[in-house]
Design a protein. Structure first.
Length: 361
């Protein structure tokens, strides 16, 4: 459904409720005018959120519904997954908080796939605990890849810096064997498509980091740059894609360097996320690029150490909400423009007269 015909419906999964998930959700929605911009749909528990809003001294009111399709514009909607009381133990993952995190994520994703919500923003989860109770993925990215039947790219975005990673949540010992020419080419092509479709970048420029220190130093500190990364970049450049590198990661994240590009492809998780979180700080957003639907999240974890203390900063979660909304609008506009551009003008075979013109009698 086009964003022109309704306020965008933002689904929210609550993550581990013994972490800071509910706190940052509530704080992001505390302004009473927030529903003028979008329609929130939280997948959680009315009793749980009523308790937590009292802990954090917030006055949020909810419209309780049984299914996302019942959500009302102008209200903060709560899909009530349970009517039972929740046993809250701030700072400690429990079986109850973990199972509700799974239930919330599954319910929100089902609504997303059914188009009962337009975008999904996920609060932080405890991956290790969830896997103990049947969750089969080492994070949200793999989960959404399975749901979509497509490979995705973990894409960290902020106003001034966008960083993707070639390998996601895998052990450091396995990184090199997972760096392939085919994967790099596929990922960069996906980044280019995402930047065009979701971020309105007409001619994206991608910087590619090396795997080894000093980008291999001409092969002295590793051959991956010479044998894999450089050939991938050259192939893409020959296809008209503006990919450059590989650049040494230790000196790349200086403003005069990274600001010359629209996005950066790092080779592994910490190589990209450590500088991104340092530079973007609390305004960074994790976007799962390459999927037919839109999912974002804050760039931080469950933060058990500060849970329940009313000191969690909601900035990244708020940014995740509005990033998802902006991507939905950009994608909507891109698809409309593309459809218009590709629509051939119908003509009479013999006279070249537009079909839309009135015919002579």
């Amino acid at each position: 459904m086009s964003s022109k015909h309704h306020k965008i419906r933002v689904g929210i999964s609550i993550g581990d409720f013994n972490g800071i998930g509910p706190e940052i959700i509530l704080k992001s929605l505390k302004d009473k005018s927030i529903t003028d911009f979008f329609t929130p749909v939280i997948f959680g528990s009315g009793k749980l959120f009523t308790y937590q809003k009292n802990v954090f001294k917030l006055q949020t009111n909810f419209n309780y519904i049984n299914e996302a399709k019942e959500a009302q514009s102008g209200k903060i909607n709560m899909v009530n997954l349970t009517k039972e009381n929740s046993n809250i133990e701030f700072g400690v993952p429990t079986e109850e908080s973990t199972k509700m995190a799974i239930d919330s994520l599954n319910s929100a994703t089902e609504a997303l796939l059914n188009k009962d919500i337009d975008v999904l923003v996920t609060a932080p989860i405890n991956k290790d605990e969830m896997m103990k109770y049947g969750f089969a993925h080492a994070g949200h990215t793999g989960y959404f890849e399975e749901k979509a039947g497509k490979e995705a790219v973990m894409f960290m975005v902020s106003e001034g810096l966008k960083v993707a990673v070639s390998t996601h949540h895998i052990p450091v010992a396995e990184i090199a064997s997972n760096i392939t020419k085919e994967n790099i080419k596929k990922q960069i092509k996906q980044l280019v498509a995402t930047l065009k479709e979701d971020f309105c970048v007409e001619k994206p420029k991608i910087a590619v980091l090396g795997l080894n220190p000093h980008a291999g130093d001409g092969g002295v500190i590793g051959k991956e740059e010479i044998e894999i990364i450089q050939p991938a970049i050259q192939d893409l450049f020959n296809e008209g894609i503006m990919a450059f590198g590989p650049y040494p990661a230790d000196s790349f994240f200086q403003p005069e360097k990274y600001k010359a590009f629209d996005a950066v492809l790092a080779m592994y998780h910490d190589q990209g996320l450590a500088p991104f979180k340092t530079i973007a700080y609390e305004e960074g957003v994790n976007y799962t690029a390459g999927l037919p639907f839109i999912r974002t999240s804050p760039d931080h974890g469950v933060a058990y150490d500060i849970a329940g203390k009313n000191i969690a900063d909601e900035t990244s979660f708020s940014e995740a909400i509005f990033t998802a909304i902006n991507i939905f609008k950009s994608r909507d506009e891109y698809q409309e423009l593309r459809a218009h551009r590709l629509r051939p003008k119908a003509t009479h075979a013999n006279h070249g007269v537009d079909e839309d013109l009135p015919k002579e009698s």
